[in-house]
Design a protein around this ligand. Structure first.
Ligand code: ADP
Length: 267
């Protein structure tokens, strides 16, 4: 059974550039196994942060990308049919609870509320996971911790976490890093010189002001890294910005013009 968990260990230090006191706060939260919520827009470093923390704490990390079709069984487990009959297979949440991993539920709000409530007994003093279908009550391993990500921009009244769920977590706010730090990250991740990375960050800064004025979401750090990667692979800068920054987020001709204008200011 040991192999089940060893595949989730992170052997190599992930590159993570701290932006504030998040590492120290998370260390303290983990020491009391406080369930944590990482809040912030997509592509701003939440996943990289939890990968880094799992490596630093030397704990396995099990990540689940949540979606609206996900059921409680996808998290907890299900009976499978095989040649010998039926066999129970633990889901990712159960594996994490049993073997002491950090379980990261990415974009948990995408999951239906009846799916989300299965995490409740794991997030209070009980730290248990009842497997209704087998009758087993799994007591969480002392190392187990639950972490969720949450994008405050996407929520509607219909789709939000219940208050009773939210209140079970401590929350760390993430936003796009300050320009100098974001420049450092983009340059590190792509190998483009700081000067080019700085221009990409400046374009993003302009584009982020369009959020709510025609754009649903700003240009993320992840997108800047895509643009940098294209430039590093000899795609001309303006073309790289079109492909990686403008085209993915808007089809509106005026918005594309506005983004092209921002690009032309710098390249
Ligand atoms: P999220 O989980 O918030 O959607 P990610 O963690 O996947 O976003 O971030 C996207 C990419 O941006 C990462 O793969 C990483 O290359 C880079 N990144 C963002 N913030 C940081 C940071 N603080 N340190 C290092 N890399 C970062």
């Amino acid at each position: 059974m040991k192999d089940v968990i060893s595949q989730y260990r992170i052997d190599k230090e992930p590159y993570y550039r701290a932006v504030s006191d998040e590492i120290a706060v998370y260390d303290a939260a983990y020491s009391v196994r406080m369930p944590m919520m990482l809040k912030g827009p997509t592509g701003c470093g939440k996943t990289r942060f939890i990968e880094y923390m799992a490596w630093k704490l030397q704990k396995p990390l099990i990540t689940v990308a949540c979606n609206e079709d996900m059921t409680a069984s996808d998290l907890v487990g299900r009976f499978l049919l095989d040649a010998n009959g039926t066999r129970w297979q633990d889901g990712p949440l159960t594996i994490a609870a049993r073997f002491g991993a950090i379980c990261y539920l990415d974009e948990v709000v995408e999951a239906r509320q009846d799916t989300t409530v299965v995490i409740h007994p794991l997030t209070d003093n009980r730290r248990v996971l009842p497997l209704e279908k087998t009758g087993e009550l799994v007591s969480a391993h002392p190392d187990f911790q639950l972490v969720i990500s949450y994008n405050p921009g996407y929520q509607s009244v219909m789709k939000d976490l219940k208050q009773s769920t939210k209140q079970r977590f401590g929350a760390l706010d993430f936003k796009y890093p300050e320009p100098a730090i974001e420049e450092e990250i983009v340059s590190h991740e792509t190998g483009v010189p700081r000067e080019i990375a700085g221009k990409l960050v400046s374009i993003a800064k302009m584009a982020r002001n369009l959020k709510g004025h025609g754009l649903d979401e700003g240009i993320s750090t992840r997108m800047l890294i895509y643009a940098g990667n294209l430039i590093a692979n000899n795609v001309e800068a303006k073309r790289a910005c079109r492909v990686a920054l403008a085209a993915p987020i808007t089809d509106d001709p005026d918005m594309r013009d506005a983004l092209d204008a921002a690009v032309t200011t710098f390249f």
